[in-house]
Design a binder for this molecule. Structure first.
Ligand SMILES: CC[C@H](C(=O)O)C(=O)SCCNC(=O)CCNC(=O)[C@H](O)C(C)(C)COP(=O)(O)OP(=O)(O)OC[C@H]1O[C@@H](n2cnc3c(N)ncnc32)[C@H](O)[C@@H]1OP(=O)(O)O
Ligand SMILES: [Co+2]
Length: 139
């Protein structure tokens, strides 16, 4: 498996609107993308572009969002996951399975429109890790 770029840092928030204001006004980021819902993933998403990566703002969508427990423990929100790109998602899945790392659920289409999966934080040095097929590699 070949490790690609850090695609984004996932940041959970109770309010994407207030987080957008923070990144625009305090961080002077150019937030040009509109928030959008990913109902199948039970999250609302808004990307904040930085010169070399992205912040992925994520807010729970619906009751049983995967963010619900995280925000119960971290009411202000906070760093949630890291997302790395790989050239081939199926090869990466087999690689991590071979390493005995717990993969959370099926490979599915993520917020960038390419296949992703998640690795359990307890198997990844405490970091919830998202693996994403590089957009330019999508078949
Ligand atoms: C896919 C769209 C978009 C994209 O980029 O394309 C996204 O990234 S959406 C992101 C939201 N979706 C997910 O996170 C899906 C994968 N996550 C999960 O399946 C759960 O969040 C899980 C299993 C990581 C944790 O579930 P839950 O919070 O319900 O369980 P616990 O509270 O019992 O936590 C278990 C254990 O893990 C620790 N934990 C939980 N979340 C994190 C985290 N983000 N980073 C590090 N550690 C985390 C938690 O503290 C518990 O540890 P313990 O020592 O037992 O307290
Ligand atoms: Co993500």
């Amino acid at each position: 498996m070949k490790l690609g770029r850090l695609n984004h840092v996932g940041v959970a928030t109770p309010s994407i609107e207030s987080s957008i204001a923070h990144y625009r006004e305090t961080m002077r980021a150019e937030v040009i993308r509109e928030p959008f819902d990913l109902p199948e993933q039970k999250v609302k998403v808004c990307f904040v572009d930085t010169p070399n990566s992205q912040i992925e703002l994520i807010e729970p969508l619906g009751e049983d969002s995967p963010l619900t427990n995280f925000l119960a423990k971290n009411p202000l929100g906070g760093q949630h996951h890291l997302c790395f790109e790989v050239p081939d998602i199926d090869e990466a899945r087999a690689y991590f399975e071979g390493k005995g790392k717990r993969i959370l659920g099926p490979t599915r289409i993520g917020a960038h429109g390419t296949p992703i999966f998640f690795l359990h934080p307890k198997d990844m040095e405490g970091v919830l890790t998202e693996i994403m097929e590089s957009p330019r590699q999508a078949h």
